[in-house]
Design a protein around this ligand. Sequence first.
Ligand SMILES: [Zn+2]
Length: 262
Amino acid sequence: MGFYTGALIFILGLVFGSFANVVIYRLPKGKSIVRPGSQCPSCGKNILWHDNIPLLSFLLLRGKCRFCKKKISPRYFLAELISGLIFLLVYLKFGLTANFYIYALFAFCMLIMGFIDIDTYLISDVIVLPGIVLGLAFSSFFPQMHYGMARAESVLYSLTGIILGGGLLLFLGMVGKLLFRKEAMGGGDVKLLAMVGAFLGWKCVFITIFFASLLGTVISLTLIALKKKTMEDYVPFGPYLGLGAVISMFYKHILFLGFLIN
Ligand SMILES: [Zn+2]
């Protein structure tokens, strides 16, 4: 677990963060995430490749478009930085094991869904539904993601996570949809929690809700105190669930070595 590997992993995380920004911006609009290249949201000019370097370009251009000089949201910078840190922290925790790929992917999806939820108040089905299936599949092929569990136990642990995290409400929502031909329940947060259960197991569903509620309360009260928000403002819960899930992802592996989860 060398310094250079860590630095490379961090840079890889930044590049993924840059890609995350494209997905966050385009997925809710139904645009292709592959083509064309990135454009300035204000003037529509293509962003030059050397102005598209994670973190650095934002700093060098002082957060402004090269052509129209309009401000670029610091969010792009923030998402890249968070992605880099996620990759680095997951690497420091797991080394280059299967767990690294699984949990980096999981946290990366939480990042994308959190930002899309902030923008649109929606949890993206395109990510969360395959995510649920993938979490279960990984639990089957890589039982080491739930320390010390045999394959069957690991699958069951993930499956109960899905059921607890959202299965019941998801099921009711789907029945409602079939019966009434319309969305009976929003259920985005429920699906997100089902994905958390699929990847982290049912106990982490509780830990995630705990941290998400705690962070949601503290941050909302802080924003209200700073007069950035009022009590009436709608606050998407997805970003807090995502953050809570990533915290409990690390926390779970501490607990696994202890006695609380086992
Ligand atoms: Zn521009």
